[in-house]
Design a protein around this ligand. Structure first.
Ligand SMILES: Nc1ncnc2c1ncn2[C@@H]1O[C@H](COP(=O)(O)OP(=O)(O)OP(=O)(O)O)[C@@H](O)[C@H]1O
Length: 288
């Protein structure tokens, strides 16, 4: 059993059944990517885990104990766009958070957290912080009380590509402090830092496990042939039964055999490259 386990969890709002018997298992020490389309129920699941919403049926256990509605679970939470008291400095804000949770050795712990997330310990007010700095402060406050798990709800959705890259590197670097459950629909973010993945669709987890093992088991190796014009690509697609986009054709059959077929018909690709199995391929298969 994992650090966090959801068993047959169901949740409806009115007559909309959002979760229909969700099973989810997050191993200790994982960076678990929880992916699903918009409206799939990721935030709802996170709110159930945090005890902010009651379950209709099923069970949730965290560190072996049942999660109860209305009780603090000792889980850190980072929302997509964290909100702060802008007139405080980072240290003042973290000190306020730490007093509320009665964090031990608060002064030292605040210093440690500022150092961990790379924020300067100055009098600068939070309202002048960039979005990236606010995310850093969000991680520092979520980890302040040493939670065994950090829940991040679509944390990169408001960041530009450079901000996303920086944030993901930071998340990977705090990984030895805590287990991480990251909800997102940005599949490349999951590929970049997660070692486990679960795909939520139609109210259930359709697939979960170690990311690389799932990719290896469920996706076919593919090759992309590039031609000098679209007409050749179309002819090659007809010959090989692959999919053509502009001057490229992607096939999942044996690459050498495909190349021999092309050359026999005087269709000479200008390049051919193996395509790495991607989470996007897997995701599209699952939700098809
Ligand atoms: N408090 C609520 N009352 C009524 N409906 C709700 C409530 N919370 C969520 N829903 C509905 O439940 C469904 C799932 O919403 P949820 O926010 O959990 O999805 P999500 O996967 O996080 O989506 P997104 O990626 O767009 O944030 C949506 O149709 C939403 O409108």
């Amino acid at each position: 059993m994992g650090l966090l386990t959801l068993t047959k969890v169901s949740k409806a709002f009115g007559n909309q059944q959002v979760l229909k018997g969700l099973d989810l298992d997050v191993p200790q020490g994982a960076i678990y990517g929880f992916v699903g389309e918009n409206g799939a129920g990721k935030t709802t699941t996170m709110r159930l885990i945090l005890g902010l919403e009651p379950l209709d049926s099923g069970t949730i256990t965290f560190t072996g104990q049942p999660v109860k509605f209305g009780h603090t679970q000792g889980i850190g939470y980072l929302p997509d766009v964290p909100a702060y008291y802008g007139d405080l400095s980072a240290r003042e804000y973290l000190t306020l958070c730490g007093r509320l949770t009665q964090t031990a050795h608060l002064h030292e712990r605040v210093g440690e957290m500022l150092h961990l997330v790379g924020l300067p310990d100055t009098r600068r007010r939070v309202h002048g912080f960039s979005r990236g700095m606010k995310q850093r402060l969000g991680i520092a406050s979520a980890l302040l009380d040493r939670p065994a798990m950090l829940l991040c709800d679509e944390p990169t959705s408001a960041l530009d590509p450079a901000g996303r890259r920086e944030f993901l590197a930071l998340l990977a670097s705090v990984h030895n402090e805590t287990t991480i459950l990251l909800s997102t629909h940005i599949l490349s973010d999951v590929e970049r830092i997660c070692d486990y993945v679960g795909i939520l669709h139609a109210g259930k987890l359709q697939m979960q496990g170690p990311l690389q093992a799932l990719l290896a088991a469920h996706t076919q190796p593919a090759t992309r042939f590039t031609f000098s014009n679209e007409a050749q690509a179309q002819a090659a697609a007809t010959l090989l039964g692959g999919a053509a986009t502009a001057s490229q054709v992607t096939v999942t059959t044996d690459a050498q055999a495909a190349l021999r077929q092309l050359l026999a018909q005087h269709l000479m690709p200008t390049a051919f490259n193996p395509i790495k199995a991607s989470l996007e391929q897997l995701f599209m298969e699952v939700i098809a």
